[in-house]
Design a protein around this ligand. Structure first.
Ligand code: FE
Ligand code: FE
Ligand code: ZN
Length: 277
């Protein structure tokens, strides 16, 4: 089954996100666990979770992807900044257990001129403090565009973080098509080779989700500006090919394209479904 949805506002809770997803022809969705700038998270309402499960079952929604605030930096130079990231990550992972068995995505972090090796170690250390054998949530590290001092702009950096993690069972990767393209992986013309490289470094078994975005910039630009599907440099056909690839087609796909309202994503989902073989 093709699993596709978009990033949604979590302001009105889980049930509303399921309703919004279903209204656009989606069967999954993504949301920020709290204000992306990292404010305090709202308490989870058990009644909302119940209502969500009921509606999700009717709408064929089996999974979703929670996204950590993108301002967290477990690789920061300042200990206070690293401590803040640890607190938010462990609080989010505890909250995720209210909806067990789902996925939680994070941007690995920025090494802020300490060097990638230091960054990789700091991120792995942080994850070793927040991950536990008992959790049901899978934590995903997102592939990044390699903007500034971002870690995760290469598959190799993600592989090096993952190999240092003690709890291996609940760790995976979310591949963002805009980010890998901006990072220099030509998924429009060399998708098979890029996936071979992913398989050789990280391993395809680690790949659990796709952020499906077009890019405003050419391959290798290291910019990270998302475009609507078919309105960027990757192009509609190449992005549909990503959704059709045998190694990817059963993964959940999440649109993070700039849209004014739900109808924009509904149109993208319909267009992709119509073109996808
Ligand atoms: Fe992201
Ligand atoms: Fe993304
Ligand atoms: Zn991005």
């Amino acid at each position: 089954m093709f699993t596709i949805g978009s990033h949604l506002s979590s302001a009105k809770g889980y049930r509303q996100m399921a309703a919004d997803a279903a209204s656009m022809g989606a069967n999954t969705f993504q949301f920020f666990t709290r204000n992306p700038r990292g404010g305090k998270a709202k308490a989870i309402d058990p009644d909302d979770v119940c209502a969500f499960h009921e509606l999700a079952a009717q709408a064929g929604i089996e999974r979703f992807l929670a996204h950590a605030p993108y301002t967290l930096n477990p690789a920061a130079k300042k200990p206070e900044t690293r401590q803040f990231a640890l607190e938010v990550l462990s609080d989010d992972l505890a909250r995720m257990e209210a909806t067990s068995g789902q996925m939680y995505n994070m941007h690995p972090g920025c090494h802020v001129r300490q060097g990638a090796d230091v960054g990789v170690d700091l991120i792995a250390d942080a994850l070793n403090q927040v991950l536990s054998e008992e959790q049901s949530t899978t934590l995903l590290l997102e592939t990044m565009a390699g903007k500034g001092t971002e870690i995760g702009g290469t598959f190799d950096e993600l592989a090096r973080i993952i190999e240092r993690i003690e709890v291996q069972d609940h760790v995976g990767v979310c591949l963002d098509t805009c980010h890998v393209w901006d990072g220099g992986y030509d998924i429009a013309n060399r998708l098979d080779e890029v996936l071979d490289e992913f398989a050789d470094t990280i391993g395809l078994d680690r790949l659990r989700a796709i952020h499906l975005n077009d890019s405003k910039n050419p391959c290798g630009a290291h910019k990270d500006r998302h475009a609507r599907i078919g309105e960027g440099e990757i192009g509609f056909e190449a992005l549909v090919a990503v959704t059709e690839h045998p190694a990817l087609r059963d993964l959940p796909f999440f649109l993070e394209t700039p849209q004014d309202d739900l109808s924009g994503w509904a149109a993208e989902i319909a267009a992709i479904k119509a073109a996808r073989r």
